[in-house]
Design a protein around this ligand. Structure first.
Ligand SMILES: [Zn+2]
Length: 208
């Protein structure tokens, strides 16, 4: 109800502003026209011409004013129609847009999940196919680089069953290599899972 009243006043204000603008336009045209005569020599003829032209000018101005007013109202009406249409359709358009974006995101998440799964499956198969000797060499290489893991360990607070900090691996590949190597050593399958704090990857013997 209030929005209807508000709209009414807004429209009236817009019309008044347009009318003021037109009045100013006309005033300016009149003053320009007058300045032409004032600059001219003040002879009787020029004054008579001014009087004659003034009446002509007034007719012309009123024509222009009518024309302008008509076109301005038409414009305002057109604009109002566009705005009205926009505001009627806006809620549905926004809803549709949000739904579309949400679906796009879900699709993207689904695809990225599938790709990640496929990639880790490939990695895991490649690692499982490696010889123990090669795995041992890779693990030894990782231990050399273990110093690089220290900053990430500071953020990760994950602990194992023994209450000790869990070993953190910065990439899934490293974790898979270590998991495979140790699985072969201890005879218990180890699984790789992402750190819940997003720091990297951990190993677990829990079946998921
Ligand atoms: Zn962690």
């Amino acid at each position: 109800m209030f929005s209807f009243i508000k709209k009414f006043f807004e429209r009236r204000k817009a019309r008044a502003a347009e009318r003021n603008r037109l009045c100013n336009d006309l005033l300016q045209q009149v003053s320009w026209a007058l300045s032409d005569y004032i600059d001219a020599s003040k002879t009787k003829e020029s004054l008579q011409k001014w009087i004659d032209d003034k009446s002509k000018l007034l007719v012309e101005l009123s024509d222009i004013s009518e024309f302008k007013r008509a076109s301005c109202y038409k414009q305002l009406k057109q604009q109002r129609k566009v705005f009205d249409e926009f505001y009627t359709q806006a809620p549905n358009k926004i809803k549709a847009f949000i739904a579309e974006e949400r679906q796009k995101r879900l699709d993207a998440e689904y695809v990225s999940k599938k790709v990640n799964l496929w990639a880790s499956e490939q990695k895991s198969q490649k690692i499982k196919a490696s010889k123990s000797k090669d795995l041992g060499r890779k693990v030894a290489k990782l231990t050399v680089n273990a110093d690089e893991l220290i900053p990430a360990i500071d953020v990760c607070t994950c602990c194992g069953k023994d209450g000790k900090r869990k070993m953190l691996y910065s990439t899934e590949g490293e974790a898979l290599i270590v998991a495979e190597h140790r699985s072969k050593e201890i005879g218990i399958p180890l699984h790789v899972y992402p750190c819940p704090n997003g720091c990297g990857f951990h190993l677990t013997s829990n079946q998921e």
